[in-house]
Design a protein around this ligand. Structure first.
Ligand code: ACO
Ligand code: LMR
Length: 617
């Protein structure tokens, strides 16, 4: 036996709380769901230790209908000192780090039981843990265990699986059976069997399948003997190891008075004699004849334990013993109670079709639910395969059309020519100041972009709308300009600070040349030029500017490419989509300016006072 006589008998109660090592949302939620179903008053997980989280914080989980915030610590010491009532340490560390963390947990005065889930913990490490547990009068369950459960009170991690299984096996209320097994998987099976053949378990422990478990079958049988609520004991052993002999020995010596029904699985291993075969668990080895299932079953039987002749008869034996104890008045069958019904998560209820939920967002341009994103139904691999360019992607995502190549190429030209216009324009100025003030790249970019508007780069849509409306209504250019003037408005798309009739904007020239070669029609651009001829009579800087040029040519493109109805063209302009081209394009230049300034490392704290005119009224 590993467990010293001074170690605690009752490991769990309806008040027991645990510290969970490593953040594993699913087993934590399963514990809390069990708590709720059993009508526990407080959640069984008091704290989480997550050594990867640098600075604590909280993790959210459901406790029935409510959400709770479970505190997270980065050290076991801190968690146990802040939660002195948490007596169980559930260790979900990997086999590499399970030893150190378990050792630390054993050293905490408040921790009484350490459960090690990891498989593959080196045996020499487990032996050290066993020695320490003995020294401190504590109990280790595992390694390589799913844990254990006290019905209606406390459940370790994933023990007993889903909440449906908890209901099915009536684990939400205590029964009369103390069950111990090596295997976690078979424990779950046995909870089902025991729910059908008895009034269910009081407590079930899976000790884990290692050769040297932290606590043995015998340790738990010994505990069960001393727990008054447990009236009969069921043991499911397996081939390999000598643990079952200890149980037989205790029965023989009269130390265990409660009836035990036991079965050692692995009787088939006799077919593998003459060679050592390992059956799943590290400790389940066929080899020496006295560790075989057959000889251990025989030893248990001869000690007075109820042992069936085959595994099939195990359930029947359990039922017979249970019914005899009921008849003798030793067991008063557990009274059935209604468990709390766990509310379903929105996600689960939706998946199962029990509820419907209105969506908040409708998207018509892209879809990321499949293996690869779709742009307007076209997989991105096809976008690449078809050698589509940025203009094509913009057409798909902004205009929801696959435009002819001449048109998407024009869009790309707009992006290229408007990418930058020197450090003196509003956007670049703001970006430069922001960069020199030490802000990050995104802030620099945003501060520049925020200047885009009627005086700088943001006149494309209004220019397009106005030129189109005027031409569609056959308004002569001079009347158009004078009408706007009467309204006190400037002609959007006309005018420039440095460009004049004599110093034409090269960008306008380039776009115009391309349009002449590829566009089926240029009537809106020609109208804009006619407006320019009129405004140039007023002042030589009232040229068709880059916004006016892009705006009018895009109206020509949209109207003549054969992809849009008149109404669709109007909608695109009204949505303000065309200014988006300037934003996208100028972002390239603004990022360039931000990086340029950052590279130079010239901080700016304030302008000199002689750079400012202090004007007072
Ligand atoms: N339509 C009619 N009159 C104009 C226009 C115009 N688009 N632009 C300037 N004027 C007139 C002004 O009313 C002013 O007349 P006034 O002397 O009789 O009062 C005169 O021209 C000079 O005005 P300023 O404000 O000095 O002109 P500035 O050169 O600073 O303006 C600007 C340049 C901001 C581009 C201006 O022409 C304008 O507002 N244009 C319309 C909006 C536009 O197209 N913006 C995008 C510019 S392109 C780009 O940023 C990428
Ligand atoms: C630009 O493209 O940024 C310019 O046309 C604006 C300007 O003021 O020169």
């Amino acid at each position: 036996m590993n467990v010293p006589s001074k170690s605690p008998v009752q490991l769990f109660s309806k008040e027991t709380q645990a510290i969970f090592f490593n953040y594993k949302p699913q087993p934590i939620q399963r514990m809390l769901d069990f708590d709720y179903v059993c009508k526990r008053k407080n959640p069984s997980v008091a704290a989480i230790v997550n050594p990867q989280s640098a600075s604590g914080g909280f993790q959210k989980a459901f406790f029935g209908r409510c959400e709770i915030a479970i505190p997270v610590y980065d050290s076991i010491e801190e968690a146990s000192s802040k939660h002195p009532k948490a007596a169980v340490f559930i260790n979900y560390a990997s086999f590499r780090s399970a030893f150190e963390s378990s050792l630390t947990a054993l050293q905490q005065p408040t921790i009484q039981t350490v459960v090690i889930i990891a498989e593959g913990v080196p045996e020499r490490n487990t032996k050290v843990l066993i020695a320490r547990a003995k020294q401190y009068n504590k109990i280790v369950i595992g390694p390589a265990t799913v844990g254990g459960i006290q019905a209606g009170s406390f459940k370790i991690g994933d023990t007993a699986g889903t909440i449906e299984n908890i209901y099915r096996c009536k684990l939400y209320r205590p029964g009369s059976v103390g069950f111990v097994s090596k295997s976690g998987g078979l424990s779950n099976e046995m909870y089902n069997v025991l729910a059908r053949t008895t009034d269910g378990i009081f407590e079930g422990i899976a000790i884990g399948g290692d050769t040297y478990p932290g606590s043995t079958l015998a340790d738990h049988v010994w505990r069960f003997e001393q727990i008054p609520n447990i009236k009969m004991i069921v043991v499911l052993g397996e081939l390999g190891g000598r643990d079952e002999y200890q149980v037989a020995e205790m029965v023989k010596k009269g130390l265990i008075k409660k009836p035990i029904v036991a079965w050692v699985s692995g009787t088939c291993a006799s077919c593998f004699h003459a060679s050592e075969v390992q059956f799943g668990h590290a400790g389940a080895k066929s080899g020496e004849s006295d560790t075989s299932a057959l000889s251990k079953n025989a030893a248990l039987k001869s000690a007075g334990v109820h042992v069936p002749d085959s595994f099939e008869a195990f359930a029947e034996h359990i039922q017979l013993v249970y019914e005899r104890l009921v008849k003798d008045g030793v067991i008063i069958p557990a009274v059935e109670i209604a468990p709390e019904i766990l509310p379903k998560d929105l996600h689960t209820a939706l998946k199962e079709g029990h509820i419907r939920k209105a969506t908040h967002i409708v998207s018509t341009i892209s879809d990321d639910r499949g293996e690869e994103p779709l742009y307007l139904g076209i997989p991105i691999s096809e976008v690449i395969q078809q050698q589509m360019g940025i203009g094509d992607v913009i057409s798909l995502l902004w205009f929801k059309k696959k435009l002819p190549r001449w048109a998407s190429k024009f869009i790309e030209m707009c992006l290229i020519v408007a990418a930058d216009h020197g450090p003196c324009v509003s956007g670049a100025h703001n970006t430069i100041v922001t960069a020199r003030a030490g802000k990050d790249l995104i802030s620099c970019l945003c501060s520049g972009l925020l200047t885009i508007g009627p005086r700088f780069g943001g006149a494309i849509d209004d220019a397009a709308i106005n030129f189109k409306k005027a031409l569609d209504n056959s308004v002569p250019p001079d009347v158009f300009v004078e009408d706007l003037k009467r309204q006190g408005r400037r002609v959007e798309g006309i005018g420039h600070r440095i460009k004049t009739a004599e110093n034409q904007d090269k960008r306008v020239e380039l776009l115009c040349q391309y349009a002449k070669q590829h566009f089926p029609a240029m009537k809106y651009f020609n109208y804009a030029r006619a407006v320019e001829s009129y405004t140039l009579q007023k002042a030589n800087n009232l040229v068709l500017n880059i916004d006016g040029c892009i705006g009018s040519l895009l109206v020509d493109l949209l109207s003549s490419c054969g992809c849009f109805h008149e109404q669709e063209v109007k909608e695109i302009l009204e949505l303000g989509a065309l200014n988006g081209l300037f934003v996208l394009s100028r972002s390239m230049g603004l990022i360039g300016h931000a990086l340029d300034q950052k590279r130079m490392k010239q901080p700016l704290y304030r302008h000199p006072t002689d750079d400012v005119l202090y004007a007072t009224e």
